[in-house]
Design a protein around this ligand. Structure first.
Ligand code: FES
Ligand SMILES: [Fe+2]
Length: 399
């Protein structure tokens, strides 16, 4: 690729030659074909769709991986059915329960069994209706964890893996207190996920957030991506709190009212080495404070708590942000954390700070894109997604 296109500049022509970009960058995501095709999410995973307390006997409509789903709780258990009556296409979520263990369509009373989706009665066709047992709506596996309802969207009709095997290991077998926020957002889920693990932006975009009012942010870092099991970690080898940029000047977020940046590089949180690290968090020995796993599950480990983000694909242009903060304490200590969560963290971190991310995710428009050195975090994630999908397809024998 030539640096300048000089052909437009003829003799006597004093106009500046037209400039072309030195390197145009990546025009598409064809080097990650599975990722490229996953606009509406990766199938074959569990996704948190809503709080458990929001699902009761009245059906709730959700969209997940582009599929319309009706959730209903019957006898304590949540069921998920494809939200479309096969008769004339009316959403089943507009219906209600006329008999225990069933859901009836609001239009003509076709009644489906929640357990397997089979048409078990047609109210307007009498008790001998011949169509009963011949029609079925798709059902989806459902489970509940962390106070949320999780739905599995199959890739090729396979049985689901256990939800526990997909959750972060430290959330199994440890006691903890949890605070969280579920929010519908615009933008493709991949932009949200890439933003979450993006190495470059936090220091710059969030420099104005109230969450960082008293703490400076680094100017730039040297970061490496370390794969470990199903996770990839961002490991900070160097953190630079200020820098001189040739020809333009000095740049830093250090201010007189802020704490001084730490002297040493520390890989739990981005504020330096604390006096004390929570023993549960310390015991896992995470190599870096930000880690990411399929199908879009981010873990940010701080010395005293862990923040998780789940990027739940709704359709190609919408996702659901699920932000959860976990503190590994019990009893009265956890009440203290919860008060802190409700009083500050929920608003400052899950609210305003995360709102800056939501804004960027909404306006991101890629590809085409021209990646730079810190974007190794993005390319490592896309590569992980390709590898994990290949593994998954081999496991279930799907093409
Ligand atoms: S459309 Fe559902 S019963 Fe007719
Ligand atoms: Fe961010």
């Amino acid at each position: 690729m030539t640096e300048l296109d000089s052909s437009v500049s003829g003799a006597g022509d004093t106009r500046a030659p037209a400039r072309r970009p030195k390197r145009p960058g990546r025009q598409d995501w064809s080097s990650w074909p599975e990722y490229n095709a996953a606009a509406t999410g990766f199938r074959g995973y569990w996704y948190p769709v809503t709080w458990s307390s929001h699902v009761n006997g009245k059906p709730l409509a959700v969209t997940l991986c582009g599929e319309k789903i009706a959730l209903v709780r019957d006898n304590g258990k949540v069921h998920a059915l494809h939200d479309r009556c096969p008769h004339r296409g009316v959403p089943l979520s507009f219906g209600d329960q006329q008999f225990p263990g069933t859901l009836s369509c609001p239009y003509h009373g076709w009644t489906f069994r929640l357990g397997d989706g089979e048409l078990c009665a047609v109210i307007t066709d009498g008790p001998e209706s011949r169509i009963c047992g011949k029609v079925r709506v798709q059902t989806y596996p459902v489970d509940e964890r962390l106070g949320m309802v999780w739905v599995y969207v199959p890739l090729a009709g396979e049985e689901p893996h256990s939800l526990d095997s997909q959750l972060p290991e430290e959330l199994l077998g440890n006691s903890f207190m949890l605070g969280g926020r579920i929010e519908p957002r615009t933008g493709n889920w991949r932009f949200a996920c890439e933003n979450g693990f993006d190495e470059g932006h936090a220091k710059y975009l969030h420099r104005t957030s109230l969450w960082r009012l008293f703490k400076p942010m680094p100017t730039w870092n040297i970061t490496r991506i370390v794969p470990e099991g199903r996770w990839i970690y961002r490991v900070q080898d160097e953190v630079h709190w200020e820098a001189d940029f040739p020809g333009v000047g000095r740049w830093t977020t250090k201010r007189w009212w802020k704490f001084q940046p730490p002297k040493e590089t520390f890989n739990l949180g981005n504020t330096g080495k604390p006096k004390k690290v929570d023993p549960v968090i310390e015991s896992y020995g995470f190599p870096g404070f930000a880690s990411l796993a399929m199908p879009g599950m981010l873990r940010i480990a701080y010395p005293g708590f862990i923040h998780y983000e789940f990027y739940v694909p709704v359709d190609a242009d919408h996702h659901q942000y699920v932000g959860v903060m976990v503190n590994f304490t019990e009893g009265w200590k956890s009440l203290g954390f919860y008060a802190k969560y409700l009083g500050a963290i929920r608003w400052l971190f899950h609210g305003q700070f995360s709102g800056q991310d939501a804004w960027m995710v909404d306006v991101t428009d890629a590809p085409p894109e021209k990646l730079y050195r810190p974007d190794v975090s993005l390319t490592a994630w896309r590569t992980l997604a390709e590898e994990e999908t290949a593994k998954k397809r081999a496991e279930i024998g799907a093409k």
